[in-house]
Design a protein around this ligand. Structure first.
Ligand code: OGA
Ligand code: NI
Length: 354
């Protein structure tokens, strides 16, 4: 999997003032606006991590709310998480400083041919594909031996140590959320936990420059995440994330200090669709830049190898016995194809048709 090199949107905006939008970024009007549900609907559920895990939930009320959030929404905001404020604030400051570096400095960490890791763009597969109004930095962080530190910025000087701490803390949160979800699904805690021991984690750090014609571009095309569980940190106050809900796009209003958590395609498959991986997108602000840090969590390679074996034997996918899934090319959504294409690809033709 690789992505074709494309210009930095940030550099383009800096050079031109951002008034002119090149045709490769222009979307048809309905693609950007769609039907946006501003006020009509409730916001995504808020889950309190402290209540969930620190035995402050004797009657299982918070667990039940988590279960229904996963079934009904596929998205929730996690408050009172255990990640120390200095770790979160450090991550925010470092990624903001990274994107403020001169273009030449950032290019030292640019993606190489045939690689996803590094500074650039993901899922650019053809010269005439529409492009997203964003730059990003993509890095593997877990298990630690997967790290290719040559793509990890050494400026600002604290970037690597900050990401190292942030990575470990988020992996812990993801693991314990998955364990609670397993319990909620009537499974042993270990059912998912053993798949996630030394599981994979990658980061996509997004920079969405402002666009004078914001209504004509998209920051991140509609997609679902292909992994198990994503934790998104909103870095500044600018909103932009929208989720598909009852046929409309619902803007997410981030709660300060919360992580936005969403179910990925693998978890939808593993739960036979009980938990839902929801399509989402990012729109751009006309005046202000927006930054976010998405952490993607996937099973370990041992679990996925078992799964591939299962698939070869023609077992049904989407079940809990490990015959359900594979991780190849699936660390992120297949955004080039748009929509929930990874999930569609993984589904077997229905039995009656064979
Ligand atoms: C992603 C994503 C949301 C955001 O990186 O997959 O959906 O708010 N990001 O940037
Ligand atoms: Ni996403």
């Amino acid at each position: 999997m690789e992505s074709l090199p494309v210009p930095s949107v940030q550099a383009m905006v800096a050079a031109t003032g951002g008034a002119d939008v090149p045709p490769r970024y222009l979307r048809p009007a309905e693609a950007v606006t769609g039907i946006v549900d501003g006020e009509g609907e409730a916001q995504i559920p808020i889950i309190d991590y402290r209540r969930l895990l620190l035995e402050l939930d004797p009657r299982g009320e918070e667990s039940a709310r988590l279960h229904s959030a996963c079934q009904e929404w596929g998205f929730f905001q996690l408050v009172n998480h255990s990640v120390p404020a200095d770790v979160v604030e450090g991550m925010k400051a470092n990624i903001q400083q990274f994107f403020q570096l001169p273009a030449e400095t950032k290019k030292r960490f640019a993606q190489e041919r045939g690689q996803l890791e590094g500074y650039g763009q993901l899922f650019v597969v053809s010269e005439d594909q529409k492009l997203d109004w964003a730059d990003m930095l993509f890095l593997y962080a877990q298990p630690p031996e997967r790290r290719k530190t040559r793509f990890w910025p050494d400026q600002p000087a604290t970037f690597r140590s900050t990401l190292d701490r942030y990575s470990g803390a988020l992996k812990d949160v993801s693991d314990s959320l998955l364990a609670t979800m397993a319990k909620n699904l009537g499974l042993k805690r270990e059912t998912i936990a053993e798949k996630c021991t030394r599981g994979m984690q990658s980061f996509r750090m997004n920079y969405y420059p402002p666009c004078a014609q914001a209504e004509k571009v998209i920051g991140l095309s509609p997609h679902s995440d292909a992994n198990l569980l994503t934790l998104v940190l909103q870095v500044n106050h600018v909103q932009g994330l929208q989720i598909k809900r009852n046929g409309s796009w619902l803007p997410v209003k981030p709660v300060p200090g919360a992580f936005i958590v969403n179910i990925g395609d693998m978890l939808e498959m593993l739960t036979n669709g009980r938990y839902r991986s929801i399509e989402h997108r990012v729109v751009v602000d006309p005046e202000e830049e927006r930054l976010s840090v998405a952490a993607f969590h996937s099973p370990n390679t041992r679990a996925t190898e078992g799964a591939r074996g299962g698939c070869r034997r023609g077992r049904r996918r989407g079940v809990w016995d490990g015959g359900a899934w594979e991780a190849e090319g699936a660390l992120l959504g297949d955004e080039a194809g748009g929509g929930k294409s990874f999930l569609e690809r993984m589904k077997l033709p229905s039995r009656s048709s064979s």
